[in-house]
Design a protein around this ligand. Structure first.
Ligand code: AP5
Ligand code: MG
Length: 218
């Protein structure tokens, strides 16, 4: 049972790779972005509170996301966890250490998806998902096989994230540079960071991550 963090700027491929690992290895994907979007869709008080912050591309408070992660971690005591989009600040990184220690878990790898940020704007603004089954697509890099029909479930309904416009993406990138990238040294000092080439194809990135997870535990 391994616990890993996927770390990288918006559009680096965290969600894409987490979904693959969840399917191939029975790990659980813990995406704070997805949890917050669910909270918004349900109209819960937390959802109402975070709406404007997310649409501006800024970070939601450490307390909210840490509580969400803690709850979700408890739903599967025996599964490896993939932290996708968490932690994003030094405070969240320290809170994660505590959450794991309280549950007798430890962090095995921090997988850094190294990417060219300019290319990410194109990746993000072309992204859409099936409204029914959640399968992810991209206008240019991964269109549906039949236009307007989901390859997996046949639905004809799709959605795009409200924060996937260029202006908000730029703010999200700035937040990453200012608050999230600085947590790398915290993990480097513990020898946990593994760097993969996030600009390679989805399959190649997946192969690099598999090699890390299959390597002998350090
Ligand atoms: P979140 O949902 O986490 O968004 P993000 O970090 O900005 O990252 P994305 O989901 O946009 O990108 P991704 O790395 O998952 O890439 P993907 O696989 O989709 O957070 C949203 C907001 O919630 C934040 O702005 C903040 O407000 C709030 N929030 C969330 N967590 C928080 C926290 N911990 N603290 C505070 N606030 C928080 O890939 C992108 C596209 O590229 C897809 O179309 C995909 O098909 C394509 N693609 C992926 N890999 C490749 C590849 N190798 N080659 C070509 N195309 C690829
Ligand atoms: Mg994501």
């Amino acid at each position: 049972m391994q616990n890993i963090i996927l770390l990288g700027p918006p559009g680096a491929g965290k969600g894409t790779q987490a979904a693959r690992l969840q399917a191939s290895r029975g790990m659980i994907q813990l995406s704070t972005g997805d949890m917050l979007r669910e909270a918004r869709a349900s109209g819960s008080p937390i959802g109402e509170k975070v709406k404007a912050i997310m649409d501006a591309g800024e970070l939601v408070s450490d307390a909210i996301v840490t509580a969400l992660i803690g709850e979700r971690l408890d739903t599967c005591a025996d599964c490896g966890a993939i932290f996708d989009g968490f932690p994003r600040t030094r405070q969240q990184a320290e809170a994660l250490d505590l959450l794991l220690a309280e549950r007798g878990r430890k962090l095995d790898h921090v997988i850094q998806l190294a990417v060219d940020e300019e290319a990410l704007v194109t990746r993000i603004t072309g992204r859409f998902t099936c409204a029914k089954c959640g399968t992810g697509y991209h206008d240019t890099f991964h269109p549906t096989k039949v236009e307007g029909v989901c390859d997996v479930c046949g639905s004809t309904e799709f959605k795009r994230r409200p924060d996937d416009n260029e202006q908000t993406v730029r703010t999200r990138m700035e937040e990453y540079r200012a608050k999230t990238a600085p947590i790398l040294p915290f993990y480097e000092a513990r020898g946990l960071v593994r760097r993969v080439d996030g600009m390679a194809s989805v399959d190649e990135v997946a192969a690099q991550i598999d090699a890390i997870l299959d390597s002998a535990a350090i």
